[in-house]
Every structure is written in C-alpha cells, then in structure tokens.
Design a protein around this ligand. Structure first.
Ligand code: AMP
Length: 285
C-alpha cells in the first residue's frame, strides 16, 4: 500500500500506471472509515486494476464550523482498514495541497433543483463545497471509475450531473448502502452516538421500509405523515422526509408520476444529524 500526501507525486505515479494500460478506480472519503467505505473499495477492486482512496476532511463542504471541528479523524485506524482491504493507493493530502493559493477550484455549473432541495435547502454551500473537492480530486486522480455510496443519494445525483456537464470520461458507480445489523445506515457520525441512541436510530430505516411496504395501498402524503410520526415517536427530530423522483429529485405527490422513486430523510438524534434513503421503485431497464 502506497500513501501519498503530495499531488504531484500521486499524479506522477498514476500517470505511469495509466501509460502502462492500467485502469484506475477512485474512492473519495473523509476518513473515519467503516464497512460502508470498505464496500466501495471492494467494488472498485473488482472492477479496475488500481484503487485509489482519498482521505480528506474537506473544509469547504461544512456549513457549520463546530461540525468540521468535531468530525472524527482516525487516520491510523483508517490506514489499517485500507491495508486489510488491500487498497493499492492512499491519498491523504493537506488542505493546502488540495487548495493551493491562487488556484481557482470553484465549480460553476447550474444544477437547478438538484442542489436546492432536501440537503441543499438545509445546508447552504454544502454541495458547492462537495463539488469543488470532487472536481479537484478528479482532476488529480483522473480515474476511469468513481465509486460513491447511495447513502448520500443527493450527492451522487449531483456528481453524476457534474460529470455529465463537465464532459469527464469518468464513469460514476453508485454502490448500495451498508447498514449495521439493526438497520442504521453506517456513517462516520454514528461514532458520536451512544449504543442506545444507535439502537433507537434504527427507526429511520424502519420508517423508509414502512413507506415502501405500503405504497400499494396508501398515498405519498399519508405515508410521509406516518413516517414522520414514527421518527418523532421514537424521540428523534425529523428535518425532512421526501418522496422524490430519483433523477431530478423533485418531490412527488403521486406514485404514478415517476418510475424511479426514492424516499430520503434527515433527522437529528440528539445533536447528531443523520441521513438515510431507500429506493422505493426502480427504473425500468
Ligand atoms: P464520507 O467519508 O462520509 O464522505 O463518505 C465517502 C463515501 O462513502 C461516499 O461516497 C459515501 O456515500 C460512502 N458511504 C458512506 N457511508 C456509506 C454506507 N453506509 N454504505 C455505503 N457507502 C457509504
């Protein structure tokens, strides 16, 4: 396993591999790794020759300074997990390597509703910062394939649109959500929850399943209300619960209005903000 901290050294290494005909897969992360991240590494290893995993807590995507400060940083443990997963290349840069003085890194594309609904409505600047870092990292790594999690459904939808609009050759592969045994979606933020709160938070997945299991007999409006009530009754504070078109992320009111439907939510367990989603109806292929 090779660990790079500098952009130029990583680029030099990867371009020699690309010239030798090797395919590159890229898994961007903010560290505090868990099995959700490792599932992306495993998928990449199945599909390409060399897997690059970046560990970088990106300051530009945090709208809350305390959240950035409290974000878990566990580099040694991360490296051990990546070594066990036989990851070929790690990129763990400093903020100055990613954002050197004088380099224009902002991404100016129009995402319309994709970036203003759900997470976009509650976390001003979050997706602009996320696009900025993903775009910059894609410039550095130039992967054939980019592996991201369905866990961050809106993030993946935005990156897909960014890749399309910026005409990059990279293919985005969206990987399924890995959950803890009781159903809570794995997240670096779960580390900040006590065992009991983790257990309670499984209500989030249950509420998504409730919507999926009852879509044949109840309206979207009714099921959204029921889901929110389930979450509140368990003691969490829902931020939003949406049933949306899986491509445009526009909120739906009728099941018939889309053949690709996703339910997405955010809720606070104490002061920890959790998100989750479930694809309710898959697009016809
Ligand atoms: P993060 O470190 O939170 O920025 O996440 C890095 C990548 O891992 C993103 O593409 C996430 O969507 C993905 N990811 C995070 N949690 C999970 C999970 N539970 N299952 C699958 N992928 C995940």
């Amino acid at each position: 396993m090779l660990v790079f901290k500098q952009v130029e050294e990583l680029k030099k290494y990867l371009s020699s591999k690309q010239q030798a005909g090797k395919t590159i897969g890229f898994v961007p992360t903010m560290g505090a790794l868990h099995n959700g991240h490792i599932s992306l590494i495993n998928r990449s290893k199945q599909e390409v020759d060399i897997t690059v995993c970046s560990i970088f807590v990106n300051p530009t995507q945090f709208d809350d300074a305390t959240d950035l400060e409290k974000y878990p940083r566990t580099l040694e443990n991360d490296l051990e997990l990546l070594l066990n997963a036989q990851t070929e290349v790690i990129f763990a840069p400093t903020v100055l390597e990613v954002y050197p003085k004088g380099l224009e890194t902002a991404v100016n594309i129009n995402l319309g509703e994709l970036a203003t609904v759900m997470e976009g409505a509650f976390r001003p600047g979050h997706f602009e910062g996320m696009m900025e870092v993903v775009n910059r990292l894609l410039d550095i790594v130039e992967p054939d394939k980019l592996f991201m999690g369905q866990k961050d459904f809106q993030q993946a939808a935005i990156v897909k649109e960014m890749i399309k609009q910026t005409k990059r050759p990279t293919k985005l592969v969206v990987c399924p959500i890995i959950r803890e045994s009781h159903g809570l979606a794995m997240s670096s933020r779960n580390e900040r929850l006590g065992a009991e709160d983790r257990e309670t938070s499984q209500i989030l997945y249950k509420s998504l399943k409730h919507v999926k299991n009852n879509m044949a007999t109840k309206s979207i409006e009714q099921l959204k209300k029921e889901a929110v009530k389930m979450i509140e009754d368990a003691g969490l504070k829902p931020v939003y619960f949406e049933v949306s078109d899986g491509n445009s992320l526009s909120a739906l009111t009728e099941w018939e209005d889309s053949d690709y439907i996703v339910a997405c939510l955010a809720a606070f367990m104490g002061n920890i903000r959790l998100i989750d989603n479930e694809i309710i109806k898959f697009p016809k292929v």
